[in-house]
Design a protein around this ligand. Structure first.
Ligand code: MN
Length: 496
């Protein structure tokens, strides 16, 4: 399980020495109260850690350096309680390598109409103190998110929570190791990319292995371990008759368990939290890993099929960002369409590898032939995705930059049963409508592989792109086709 409470968001309050000791004491008291309030907020999944107010270039530089050095610190919340002349922030912000969110708030919600005097005004002047800070950030060209409103406002807390989830995603990408078994599916373009640039921009390292290395780990699995795992399958899923203990194909299920155990051991020993494989390179494996990949994803691993390491990395980042929220997150592909006018639907699926975290109910464990790959029939979990709002996110490498493209969708129950479809699937209506969404996605060069999530929001992904310095485009309820086409054309024209 992914525990976000081990991450810290540092609450840093700016002021200056002009106002005297008594005022600074009040500033510190207020800042502690705000930080404690945010720390207790359910919408904020990380720990909010109060830092004493900073009033000089030295103290600002010091706290920025401390934040850089603390690995649990995923980012900063900055707030100018009083007026904090922003030249004091230049040295610190120049060295700060953690993302920050600028909280534009003030301690009191309401003006004390009868009591307000000049002392009150001087104590509570973030209305312009935060503007001074904002100017300097823009002058320095720093990417940041600005959240506005009273610190007890649920929407403000929600927004800070989303931002902190993005910061955790960035933090995860910085140290993520992706295991890549085999190379790319031959001739496929969008799953390729510059891994060195990805490591510089995103942070993740992608390490290639011959599938024979994995096959050796699979061979090392003991029969006793397999006994234990198939017993778990029997308990967790609706197992097809032929795969049950007395079924004719129990041996194929045991083989799937062997692959899962070998994969888990390999990933654990190598410190990997994401992986890719390809059906074109499975030497030494008897089945394309299906059930194994589905269950690894359910445990938080990122995955991309056909060598798609960018989607694998994004899937892992988004799983960490989604930790503790209702709904699931999965590798996904637009597979086929229902094109009835006005009722268009996308059927999302993959050959096998859809994560059961998105399932609406208990998955069914089945075995069916796979028409490509030339291996034995693979075991897989079959289910429908739970209805409700979701996003699809794809990361592409355009040679001179990465682009993160997001489409908000409405997941729906399939309008009819799909009795002969032997894979897990999600059905959705893309927003704002099918034609606009598909046209915009294709014009923006959006991949056919994506990460689907009920839990991660468009705002979280926009914050993440901002923190990474990656181009961001979103298609959703508000998207106007004409405006989006113009935006994409100008983005596409921005080439070397
Ligand atoms: Mn695919």
């Amino acid at each position: 399980m992914i525990d976000l409470k081990r991450f810290e968001l540092w609450f840093v309050t700016g002021s200056q020495t002009l106002y005297g000791e008594e005022t600074l004491k009040q500033v510190a008291d207020h800042a502690r109260t705000v930080a404690e309030g945010l720390n207790a907020a359910a919408a904020i999944p990380v720990r909010v850690v109060y830092q004493p107010p900073v009033t000089s270039p030295d103290s600002i530089l010091h706290v920025c350096r401390q934040a850089n050095a603390r690995s649990e610190c995923v980012g900063l919340v900055t707030w100018m309680h009083t007026f904090s002349p922003a030249k004091m922030w230049i040295a610190g912000l120049r060295e700060l390598c953690k993302p920050f969110v600028h909280l534009h708030t003030q301690f009191n919600r309401d003006l004390p109409w009868d009591a307000i005097d000049m002392d009150f005004m001087n104590l509570n002047q973030s209305a312009h103190g935060d503007r001074e800070f904002g100017f300097l950030c823009s002058r320095m060209g720093l990417r940041r998110t600005v959240v506005v409103g009273h610190w007890q406002d649920p929407q403000v807390r929600q927004r800070l929570g989303e931002w902190s989830r993005a910061a955790v995603g960035r933090h995860e990408l910085r140290s993520l190791r992706v295991a890549r078994f085999g190379d790319n599916m031959r001739e496929v373009a969008v799953t390729e990319g510059d891994k060195v640039e990805a490591q510089i921009v995103l942070g993740c390292s992608v390490l290639g292995y011959g599938v024979g290395d994995l096959a050796a780990a699979v061979r090392d699995v003991s029969e006793a371990e397999i006994d234990r795992l198939v017993a778990e399958y029997d308990e967790r899923y609706m197992v097809a008759k032929e795969l049950r203990a007395d079924g004719a194909r129990r041996g194929d299920l045991r083989e799937a368990a062997r692959i899962e155990l070998g994969l888990r051991a390999f990933l654990h020993d190598g410190g990997f939290a994401a992986l890719t494989d390809t059906f074109q390179d499975l030497h030494g494996l008897r089945q394309l890993p299906g059930l194994a990949i589905q269950r690894l994803m359910a445990d938080g691993y990122g995955f991309g099929a056909e060598g798609d390491w960018k989607t694998a990395a994004m899937a892992r980042a988004m799983k960490v960002m989604a930790a503790g929220l209702p709904g699931g997150t999965s590798f996904m592909e637009d597979y086929t369409y229902h094109l009835a006018p006005g009722e268009e639907l996308v059927l999302g699926a993959h050959m096998l590898e859809v994560c059961p975290s998105i399932a609406v109910d208990r998955p069914s464990l089945e075995i069916h032939p796979l028409s490509i790959g030339g291996k034995e029939d693979p075991v897989r979990l079959v289910f429908d995705a739970r209805p409700g709002p979701a996003v699809n996110a794809a990361l592409m490498d355009f040679g001179d930059r990465f682009r993160l493209l997001v489409n908000a969708v409405e997941t729906i129950p399939p309008p009819a049963k799909l009795p002969r479809l032997p894979v897990a699937r999600a059905m959705w209506k893309p927003l704002p409508d099918f034609k606009t969404a598909a046209e915009c996605w294709i014009l923006a060069g959006g991949a056919h592989h994506m990460v689907f999530s009920h839990a991660v929001t468009v705002s979280m992904l926009e914050d993440l792109a901002d923190m990474l310095g990656v181009e961001f485009l979103a298609i959703g309820r508000e998207t106007n086709g004409t405006a989006f086409r113009r935006e994409v054309r100008s983005a596409n024209d921005r080439r070397r």
